[in-house]
Design a binder for this molecule. Sequence first.
Ligand SMILES: NC(=O)c1ccc[n+]([C@@H]2O[C@H](COP(=O)([O-])OP(=O)(O)OC[C@H]3O[C@@H](n4cnc5c(N)ncnc54)[C@H](O)[C@@H]3O)[C@@H](O)[C@H]2O)c1
Length: 255
Amino acid sequence: MEIAARGFLVTGGASGLGRACAEALARRGGRVVLVDRDAQAGAVAAASLGSAARFVEGDVTDTAAVQRAVDLARSEFGGLWGALNCAGILAGARVVGRKAPHDLELFMRVVHVNLVGTFNVVRLAAAAMVGNPPNHEGERGVIVNTASIAAWEGQIGQAAYAASKAGVAGMTLPLARDLAEHGIRVVAIAPGAFATPMMAALSAELQSSLESQIPFPSRMGKPAEFAALAMHVLENPMLNGSVIRIDGGLRMGPR
Ligand SMILES: NC(=O)c1ccc[n+]([C@@H]2O[C@H](COP(=O)([O-])OP(=O)(O)OC[C@H]3O[C@@H](n4cnc5c(N)ncnc54)[C@H](O)[C@@H]3O)[C@@H](O)[C@H]2O)c1
């Protein structure tokens, strides 16, 4: 699907991988509605893209906020053709901690944001895309979700995060099958370790352990490299129903 002059929605657009996607879309002439719960960073990110971007403060699990963003893409940019789900949270806790078992509330929060929030955006974005006039390939929209290689190789302390990302990976094919009749493609990208504020929040020890496990290139991925893949997914009509790893060959060990 062509990116230029079309409207897109990027969740988590205030930071890291989402912000890099918003920048890549704008560079290709796309128009972007950024959705993020961080009002300050979201406003800064949108302002840096000028007239190509708008910002909606909101939580991806909040139907009214996501609908506002979808409506804005249609009213300001003439339609919603792509949704890139990059909002997410990382939390680490052992199943049996030193003082207590894993906080159930924490487990539910991670699954709620990463999996339920992603699905919330998928369903509302797809409902809007269904009304688009198909392009020459019959495409009405493309949805790119962000899983993680933790979906298969979750480390110690990552039960909640890995479960949420396995959910994102697992729903990719049924979403693609479900939306095929409308000409909407769905792909998930599973990043390894990328240099973003989320990663920077981990201990230096954990970061260098991860880096040392990456065969080549033995460094964190750059957000622009993730964005380059997301742009390719948007542009290549044969990509559908798959989960694509981008990880420098990293297969995470238990810690
Ligand atoms: N950085 C990595 O190495 C890595 C690896 C694998 C997967 N991922 C996934 O990539 C995605 C982006 O991560 P990142 O590294 O850019 O993180 P980040 O923390 O830099 O950015 C995430 C953004 O999402 C926003 N956000 C969080 N919860 C939200 C919610 N409920 N509603 C709206 N916005 C919300 C945050 O405010 C933030 O701006 C996440 O889903 C993350 O799990 C990242």
